[in-house]
Design a protein around this ligand. Sequence first.
Ligand code: KG4
Ligand code: ZN
Length: 353
Amino acid sequence: MNLVLDFCKLMSNPVVILGIESSCDDTGASILKEGKIQANIVANQDVHKDYGGVVPELASRAHQQNIVPVVHEALKKAHVDKSEITAVAFTRGPGLLGSLLVGTSFAKSFALGLDIPLLEINHMHAHIIAHFIDLAGEETPKPKFPFLCLTVSGGHTEIVLVEDHLKMKVIGRTNDDAAGEAFDKAAKTIGLDYPGGPLIDQLAKDGDPLAYKFPHPKAPGYDYSFSGLKTAFLYFIRDRIKSDPNFVKDNIADICASIQYTIVKVLLKKLVQASMDLGIREIAISGGVAANSKLREELLLLKKSENWSVYIPKFEFCTDNAAMIAMAGYYKYINGSFAPQTISASARYSYED
Ligand code: KG4
Ligand code: ZN
């Protein structure tokens, strides 16, 4: 398709975007029509549970099995025929290369078969764009530009200055482990399944967050570091088990509440600092860890004390999903930012200017 010549034609049709997400261990497909999400289907991969983390080769195989049924289901749920689709948005990166390749190849073939354009999406950009998702028949409050977004997932931890739907600057990032990784590794240390973040969150509900104290890691500026905390937690558990083999079993709620509280406090301290320095009180959080109930609770306290406007996406749009990919695709579509058929997946991929 000649993208320049056909751009006007594209803009005169109702915009219907198929979004595809396959960056890690969730296979997602979503349909966006007239700016609203009509269907958002995610297939999770249970296959990694026994390994304490995502096994890349197993993830790609599961994506291959899931991608066609997930797209089929999204079309059916949205009551959209594939002939109505005007563009395909897909996660180009960052992520696991084998996983990204499945979604990228599918999106390219689908677009080529229907002679429609491609929209290449950065996964981290899309986590932020999740704040602009509306479902059919409902509208949610949106952050006003400029705003700060704390994006916290299994692979990334960033503070982003968001100036526009397509203009963002990362002002802080983790120097080692991501916050989700800190949750998952702590969970593994105490024998919980992967992903451990939601399990820690659940178990922490009955625990005392101040029962045990862990060191707050140091990192320059708005950056983070979680690997020291992971090691401190590992040594703490190892030492306690030496004197009491039932230590974890008998104190699981307090242990979970304490490590969760530490991670949340570390995350929010830098966010408060960035907000004060930049004079920005529009604050958003996104990514899988944004589903954490303690993080949400502490944010709502800060909303009052710091006079913030706080934005937290719906749970289904915090963890990996294709609705955020379709939504990010929508902004690129109206901006005319299409990708060529020669595009390839990119495991390390920046979304800054
Ligand atoms: O954004 P996401 O679904 O995938 C990535 O792009 O990484 O984030 C997954 C991460 C995992 O580390 C998972 O443990 C964490 O988000 N997570 C949570 C919670 N729900 C998911 N961490 C803490 N509390 C939760 N409720
Ligand atoms: Zn993610």
